[in-house]
Design a binder for this molecule. Sequence first.
Ligand code: URA
Length: 236
Amino acid sequence: MASEDQIQLFELAGAAQPDPSTETVDRARLLLDAKLPIPPGLYADMQDLRQHCSNCFRCELSQTRKQVVPGEGNPLADILIVGEGPGQTEDETGLPFVGRSGELLDKILASVNLTREKDVFICNVVKCRPPENRDPKPNEIAACNGYLREQIRLVDPKIILLTGKVAMATLLGIKQGITKVRGQWIEQEGRWYMPIFHPAYLLRNQSREKGSPKWLMWQDIQTVKAKLEEFSGRQA
Ligand code: URA
């Protein structure tokens, strides 16, 4: 065999195996096909994720939404708050928790001197509004899960607050009622998760008496603030 042919064969053998780590991901196909998982590490930053997922058609919620609601707040906050899914006002504005539940959430945060702009990043399990505010279906949660996982990776929060049963079941696999587990810390992979009542539930239960849902939320948010201060104390 001529030495030139030998060299060519050698080069071909070397080039035959594509390196999976450098394979290019077809971002356009990811937006259309929920069977393709969103690869961890896909997004350079939250802005990249926001732009990409704003054109998402991975599930049927894309057919009825007005806007995708990726999330809002400090993308490097110590606290990530995860809700269930956008409601009507969120669908209209493209921002999470801006309806009545959101106003209450802001007040809860303000009661311990936290703001959504500076201290937290807020997002939802599903980024598009379920029609009639129904619970998101398992296939919709699965289609959106890669975005949520990427948001956790990018924000890299110390604390994750799970508002309501859908967020709790999605991220911790806990199927118990929220009343049983709210206010408890669950540590996983160096992050501290706490299930808390959904603000919409508090709006339906207005009592502030000791032991009421609002009173319990007040206890929980103080526990969260104390944990945050513990972390900043450790850093100092
Ligand atoms: N409820 C949620 O769970 N998320 C929102 O963004 C608004 C209301």
